[in-house]
Design a protein around this ligand. Structure first.
Ligand SMILES: *[C@@H]1O[C@H](CO)[C@@H](O)[C@H](O)[C@H]1NC(C)=O
Ligand SMILES: *[C@@H]1O[C@H](CO)[C@@H](O)[C@H](O)[C@H]1NC(C)=O
Ligand SMILES: *[C@@H]1O[C@H](CO)[C@@H](O)[C@H](O)[C@H]1NC(C)=O
Ligand SMILES: *[C@@H]1O[C@H](CO)[C@@H](O)[C@H](O)[C@H]1NC(C)=O
Length: 375
């Protein structure tokens, strides 16, 4: 009896202390979560990348790249150019539910596209849903979570659009109706540079600090390190090695991963297998993969291939959205020398190939429409 009692008292004290600690932690957690969501809202408003990309957009579509030019040459020489049929390039017809699944890639101006979609949802009468902001975005899901996500999206009343940062999720694999897959891509090297400066912008690390108070504030030297020096000095952060896997939020190098899927094969950097899977998913499933550098073509293709949702998209964009996005720039993103970009490009071969692939597909879809040339 005595020994039991003696054991009990300290135990209870320990429990009490633990409980107190837990409630304090919980309180702090709720508090920081609140602050962090407020900051997130601010971030959405002042996100530099989208403002910057809007600037690029104003300057118009990119000149056709080598890849696109040679594709068009081949198509013209074989007469395929005139025989392109929209029906063959129209995956919207394969959809089994009128729900857009936009698994957006970060740092491609998708904040702007989200705003476009939100405005279109009012104009064209469809539901608009987006995943709540996550502290740590998990883009690769376990099979159970993939099913849960696909089921959630399928549970919305159609027509609707759902947006989340997540890898390509194959609804048919789980016996669920095929949605209308949509996404946007961007030059992969520009995107990596954009990410590099994004994580160095004050609002980004202040928010992280508030979410995880135990992590130290970044080293000022790290904050000041510019991309060029990082690449040229062979810094670990700017090494892009084929086949390498880096998990966690630190790895934002692989745009193609958002198209490849959740499988292990999709994770190593710049590999042939992941590239082929990503291309296959685009070819089989995606209604439209827009290209940030070709904004007008993207808007036109969206409008014609997914009219139920994107009717009027070019007008809404140019009349309502672009007006707000003209002046600001990410002052944290300095100019990066073309030679340094070329060094990085050498290691992004598959990422670049994937980007070119999406671009060519968009152009094919555009030319298949045979729209009258604008004067
Ligand atoms: C894109 O469309 C807008 C609005 O119609 C126009 O002002 C702009 O010049 C176009 N850009 C290009 C490169 O065609
Ligand atoms: C590119 O890849 C090569 C060969 O794997 C490697 O030696 C080099 O450091 C890489 N360069 C960069 C900038 O990542
Ligand atoms: C998606 O799943 C369906 C059904 O299992 C399969 O036929 C299709 O090839 C899959 N798509 C991709 C890109 O893996
Ligand atoms: C593509 O298919 C959708 C759904 O059937 C249809 O509404 C749209 O007009 C088609 N677009 C083209 C260019 O064929």
């Amino acid at each position: 009896m005595f020994t039991v009692k003696r054991m009990n008292i300290p135990k209870r004290t320990i429990e009490l202390v633990a409980l107190l600690a837990i409630s304090t932690t919980l309180f702090l957690f709720l508090h920081t979560r609140d602050l962090s969501s407020k900051l997130k809202e601010m971030e959405v408003k002042m996100q530099p990348e989208d403002l910057v990309s809007a600037n690029q957009i104003i300057s118009g579509d990119s000149a056709p790249s080598q890849g696109v030019r040679s594709m068009m040459k081949i198509l013209q020489s074989t007469g395929e150019m005139t025989s392109l049929r929209p029906q063959q390039l129209n995956n919207t017809r394969k959809a089994q539910q009128e729900i857009i699944f936009f698994n957006r890639v970060p740092k491609v101006g998708s904040q702007t596209f989200m705003e476009l979609l939100r405005r279109l949802s009012e104009r064209n009468q469809f539901g608009f849903y987006q995943d709540r902001v996550q502290r740590v975005e998990t883009i690769r899901l376990a099979p159970d979570d993939q099913v849960r996500l696909a089921a959630l999206v399928s549970s919305y009343d159609a027509p609707a659009a759902y947006i989340k940062h997540v890898c390509f999720t194959n609804f048919s694999e789980f016996g669920l109706p095929e949605p209308i897959y949509v996404n946007i891509v961007r030059d992969p090297v520009e995107r990596v540079i954009s990410w590099y400066y994004y994580v160095r912008a004050p609002w980004y690390y202040v928010e992280r600090k508030m979410a995880f108070p135990d992590i130290p504030l970044p080293d000022p030297k790290w904050l000041k390190k510019d991309f060029e020096t990082c690449v040229l000095s062979g810094d670990r952060e700017c090494k892009y090695l084929e086949g390498e896997t880096r998990e966690g939020i630190g790895d934002h190098r692989r745009q193609s991963m958002f198209f490849c899927g959740h499988e292990q094969e999709c994770t190593p950097f710049n590999t042939e297998g992941a590239l082929q899977r990503a291309k296959m998913a685009v070819e089989q499933h995606y209604a439209v993969v827009g290209v940030l550098e070709d904004l007008n073509k993207t808007l036109t293709v969206l409008e014609h291939y997914i009219p139920k949702f994107f009717q009027g998209a070019p007008n809404v964009y140019w009349d309502e959205i672009s007006k707000y996005n003209t002046i600001n720039r990410n002052t944290f993103k300095p100019h990066v020398n073309e030679e340094v970009k070329d060094i990085v490009r050498k290691n992004f071969t598959r990422e670049i190939e994937f980007y070119q692939f999406c671009k060519q597909r968009l152009h094919k879809q555009f030319y298949a429409l045979k729209l009258p040339e604008k004067p």
